[in-house]
Write a protein that binds this ligand. Structure first.
Ligand SMILES: [Ca+2]
Ligand SMILES: [Ca+2]
Length: 114
């Protein structure tokens, strides 16, 4: 794994762990909505919408977001989340390798919040 991907994964893992309040390694609807409800500007409608967007990345349809699914959702605009893990990792590594330091730093900041 490239150093850049490793760095981002560490950050994403921490954020993911903070969402996964029962520590079963997956995020349920209620765990994610609990998190969203902490933000005072989000009404019920925006929370529903956010949940709908997040659960589009539930690619195995088990009703839970795994770390893998969460990680892929973070980069869904850059890398097709339907790639298998090996192909996805290759694609994200080459994407990250092509960024300059400033662009990479933006990803570091972006990944630091859920
Ligand atoms: Ca959980
Ligand atoms: Ca899933």
């Amino acid at each position: 794994m490239s150093a850049r991907l490793f760095q981002l994964e560490q950050i994403i893992e921490k954020v993911f762990a903070s969402l996964d309040t029962n520590h079963d390694g997956k995020c349920s609807r209620s765990e994610i909505s609990q998190y969203l409800r902490r933000s005072p500007d989000l009404g019920d409608e925006s929370i529903e919408l956010a949940l709908k967007m997040i659960f589009e990345f539930d690619s195995d349809n088990d009703g839970l977001i795994s770390f893998e699914e969460y990680k892929k959702s973070t980069f869904h605009e850059q890398i097709d989340p339907n790639l298998d893990s090996a192909e996805w990792t290759k694609a994200i590594e080459s994407y990250l390798a092509g960024l300059n330091e400033k662009e990479f730093q933006k990803w570091v900041d972006y990944c630091s919040t859920p």
